[in-house]
Design a protein around this ligand. Structure first.
Ligand code: AKG
Ligand code: FE2
Length: 196
C-alpha cells in the first residue's frame, strides 16, 4: 500500500493503514511476542518512579543508547524478525533507523500517557516510524499551545504512521486506555539516535 499525508497544522504525518499485509503482520506479531525480552520499564511520573502500564523492550545497534522518561536504556540486539522490517522502512522512507522501542499493550488498561519524543538524542526534527500490530487502538495528538488543534486515529494491525518535521516540537501524543475489551497490541517506534 502507500503512505498518504494526514492534515494537521504544524505537524508532518504520513499514514498507511495497511503497510504490512495481514499474513506478514500476523507472522511478525507472533514472532515478536516470542522473541522480544518483554519487561516492565520504570518511568518517571510527576517526579516519582513507577512501573509503566505496558511491557517494553528497547532494541538497537550498540551505539544507540537512549534516555526515556528520565531513565537510560542500553539497547538489546535486534531480533531476527525485525531485520527485514527495518530494511523495508529504510527503503520506503529513505532514512536509516538504529533503534526501536517495542511496546506490548496487554489489554485496554495498558496505555501510554501524553508525551512527545523530543529527547535531544533524536535531533531537532526526528523521523519516527510507528508500526502497529494486533488489536487496533486509538492514538491521539494534541498541540502544546493550541489544544483545539488535535487529531485522533485508529492504528490497525499492519499500519505505519510516520511522524516527522516539527511534529514532536509542537504536539504531544498518547495511546489512551480503553474500557472496550481489546486484545494484545504490539507497537514499534523506529528511531534514529544521533551519535554523541
Ligand atoms: O503505542 C503507540 O502507538 C505509541 C508509542 C509511542 O508513542 C512511543 O513509543 O513513543
Ligand atoms: Fe511516542
Amino acid at each position: 500500500m502507500a503512505l498518504s499525508a494526514l492534515p494537521l497544522a504544524d505537524a508532518e504525518l504520513a499514514f498507511d493503514p495497511h503497510w504490512l499485509g495481514v499474513d506478514e503482520a500476523d507472522a511478525l506479531f507472533i514472532a515478536l511476542r516470542e522473541q522480544v525480552a518483554w519487561e516492565v520499564h520504570r518511568i518517571r511520573l510527576f517526579g516519582r518512579e513507577v512501573d509503566s502500564p505496558r511491557l517494553s523492550c528497547w532494541i538497537g545497534d550498540p551505539e544507540a543508547s537512549y534516555r526515556y522518561s528520565g531513565v537510560r536504556f542500553e539497547p538489546r540486539p535486534w531480533p531476527d524478525a525485525l531485520r527485514p522490517v527495518r530494511l523495508r522502512l529504510v527503503q520506503a522512507l529513505g532514512q536509516g533507523f538504529n533503534s526501536v522501542l517495542a511496546n506490548l499493550y496487554r489489554d485496554g488498561r495498558d496505555a501510554m500517557g501524553w508525551h512527545s519524543d523530543a529527547e535531544p538524542e533524536l535531533g531537532a526534527q526526528p523521523v519516527i516510524a510507528s508500526i502497529s500490530l494486533g488489536a487496533a487502538r486509538r492514538f491521539a495528538f494534541r498541540h502544546r499551545q493550541q489544544p483545539e488543534r488535535r487529531l485522533s486515529l485508529e492504528l490497525p494491525h499492519g499500519s505505519l504512521l510516520v511522524m516527522a518535521g516539527d511534529t514532536q516540537r509542537f504536539y504531544r501524543h498518547c495511546l489512551p486506555r480503553t474500557v472496550k475489551p481489546v486484545g494484545e497490541r504490539i507497537n514499534l517506534t523506529f528511531r534514529r539516535i544521533l551519535p554523541g
